[in-house]
Design a protein around this ligand. Structure first.
Ligand SMILES: NC(=O)C1=CN([C@@H]2O[C@H](COP(=O)(O)OP(=O)(O)OC[C@H]3O[C@@H](n4cnc5c(N)ncnc54)[C@H](O)[C@@H]3O)[C@@H](O)[C@H]2O)C=CC1
Ligand SMILES: O=P(O)(O)OC[C@H]1O[C@](O)(CO)[C@@H](O)[C@@H]1O
Length: 380
């Protein structure tokens, strides 16, 4: 049986990427640090992916097992040696932590086989695989790096499926939205995986996804949180003001995307509407706290709020609604989120402009910062 190794047996790992490999005839070895999930994968060897619809259709995902990256290094190295694909869905901040083990796996593999391995990071981050590749190379000697050529390939990708936090402690089953899109950038001819689309140039796809799905979701999460910190995304969309704000913000990112990539304006508008409808799915029960999680990452210079604002400004386009979304993100003070707490401390100690400089790379006296501060004071 063909083998896939997937780092991160969480929501996207089990509910999306691992499920596609299993449906394509692969055995999937999930590598994680959560013993409870790993033990269950090895014990039950299957789980259900349930669709968040009124019919609640489900798919059984079979041929799965689990390894602990902290306790089973040798087994992970062996699994990497035998795999055709190595994928991740663990969060961009964790990539540097798994790179040393992947490097050991690759070093061992290239001594044993000339078979090709395809590495794809499935994270909400532009060029996530390039970042992972960089971290892996830092852990390899020159001779091994040279041996990777024509044997280990690294492809960037964009992943789109909403998978909320699961309220089913003790179960491997995952509730997911029916929609999904996995776009992988490569010019190679690679083994087929059901549901994977191949493109030669990822930039328009990942920017369209990140600056529509993730920007829109972030706007709802941060404004929804300000209204009621215990609410869900679909509940927040019952507020006409929030709906209007999402539409205006996606109008701004849309204007940038249309200009930058020559998208058809009508088609892009339909894409926006389809996405807002996905957000309204009440079966997902997706909390504003999950979607707003890790605000330091989400306020990063290349992420879903700041990058489109900077690009829109450069292109002479409107960015005031994006500035409002940034301001709302700066007010996200959910006390179970480490990054939110850190952000609030930064703001308290040094002020909004200084926090924006440090987190988003925006100059303290830039026009965007000025606009964000105006919105921040109004929202506060
Ligand atoms: N949930 C969603 O709807 C979507 C998430 N994504 C992206 O997918 C990635 C994963 O997100 P989720 O699945 O939602 O997160 P999650 O928190 O459900 O899953 C992450 C998994 O990684 C594991 N992990 C953490 N540190 C690890 C380490 N050092 N070694 C091995 N495993 C480790 C955790 O135990 C957990 O099982 C993120 O980059 C996210 O932005 C992308 C599209 C959709
Ligand atoms: O997973 P992140 O980057 O923390 O952000 C949450 C976002 O990612 C998703 O989980 C999937 O794209 C969305 O639900 C949401 O926009």
């Amino acid at each position: 049986m063909k083998q896939a190794v997937h780092f991160g047996a969480g929501n996207i790992g089990r509910g999306f990427i691992g499920a596609l490999f299993s449906q394509s005839g692969y055995h999937v070895t999930f590598v994680d640090i959560a013993d409870q999930i790993i033990d269950q994968l090895n014990d039950k060897k299957q789980y259900q992916v349930k669709l968040a619809t009124d019919q609640q259709e489900s798919v059984t995902v079979k041929n799965v097992s689990g390894l602990n990256s902290l306790k089973q290094e040798e087994e992970v190295i062996k699994a990497i040696s035998e795999a055709t694909y190595l994928t991740t869905a663990i969060g961009p901040n964790i990539l540097p932590h798994i790179a040393p083990l992947i490097a050991k796996g690759l070093a061992s593999r290239v001594k044993e086989t000339d078979e090709k391995l395809y590495v794809i990071a499935c994270e909400n981050q532009i060029s996530a695989t390039d970042l992972l590749k960089g971290y892996i190379l830092e852990n390899l000697d020159q001779a091994t790096k040279e041996k990777l050529a024509d044997k280990v390939y690294f492809f960037n990708s964009a992943v789109d499926r909403i998978v909320p936090i699961q309220n089913n402690e003790g179960s491997l089953d995952v509730l997911v939205e029916p929609y999904y899109e996995w776009v992988v950038e490569t010019k190679e001819s690679i083994p087929a995986v059901e549901g994977m689309s191949i493109v030669k140039e990822l930039a328009p796809f990942i920017e369209r996804k990140l600056f529509t799905v993730n920007t829109g979701h972030a706007v709802i999460a941060y404004l929804g949180y300000l209204k009621n910190e215990n609410s869900t995304i679909d509940q927040s969309l019952e507020d006409a003001g929030i709906v209007e704000q999402v539409k205006k913000t996606l109008g701004e990112t849309g204007a940038y995307l249309i200009k930058q990539y020559g998208l058809d304006a009508g088609e892009h508008q339909q894409y926006i509407e389809k996405i807002i409808n996905r957000f309204k799915n009440s079966y997902l029960n997706d909390s504003v706290n999950r979607v707003g999680r890790s605000p330091l990452r989400k306020l990063g210079p290349n992420d879903r709020l700041v990058r489109p604002a900077v690009e829109a400004k450069k292109a002479g386009l409107s960015y005031t609604n994006l500035a409002k979304a940034i301001a709302a993100a700066l007010l996200f003070d959910f006390n179970e989120d480490e990054e939110a707490l850190k952000l609030q401390t930064m703001i308290k100690e040094h002020g909004v402009a200084s926090a924006l400089k440090e987190v988003s790379g925006l100059d303290e006296n830039s026009e965007i910062t000025e606009e964000v501060i105006n919105h921040y004071n109004n929202l506060k």
